[in-house]
Design a protein around this ligand. Structure first.
Ligand SMILES: [Zn+2]
Length: 157
């Protein structure tokens, strides 16, 4: 099994999403996984669910995922846009994250559990900060779960 196939299996990607590249940096303690919807394969319109052809791809985006061992894991994808006969050009919904979120669903679920278990936001920030921003430079700090998930989280008082 190739490393790409291995990660595609671990990520439980629905067909026809594929892992095209995996890169690990021991120095930066990071594993990066590139995902792609293949050319020429029909996807579904996010509005009506009808089959639609890929129209183009957006600029590559990153999503923070749960760590692999001590390594911070990041998913990257140039999200495709499809052209629906009814709705025009629409960004395809990726299966690993809510629209607009910079974190995967798994990471957000973990964050919600941490928030529920903590007594203070300082504790939350400490735990998630360490998990989310260890070895990070730059401004990508934890900003809380996306709106859809937030109402599931009963935060500390
Ligand atoms: Zn549509």
């Amino acid at each position: 099994m190739t490393v790409e196939a291995h990660y595609a299996r671990l990520l439980q990607l629905p067909p026809t999403w594929e892992v095209t590249k995996v890169e690990e940096s021991l120095l930066e303690q990071r594993v990066t996984v590139w995902l792609r919807w293949p050319d020429g394969v029909r996807t579904r319109c996010p509005e009506c669910g009808e089959e639609a052809l890929i129209y183009d791809r957006l600029e590559e985006r990153r999503w923070r995922h749960l760590s692999v061992m001590q390594y911070r894991m990041e998913l990257r994808c140039a999200t495709p846009r499809c052209r629906c006969e009814k709705h025009g050009v629409k960004t395809v919904r990726v299966p690993w994250a809510e629209p607009g979120s910079r974190f995967t669903l798994h990471f957000e679920a973990f964050a919600v559990a941490v928030i529920g278990a903590c007594r203070s936001w300082t504790q939350v920030a400490g735990l998630l900060g360490q998990h989310a921003t260890h070895h990070q430079r730059g401004g990508e700090a934890w900003t809380g779960p996306s709106h859809d998930r937030r109402h599931h989280a009963r935060g500390p008082r």
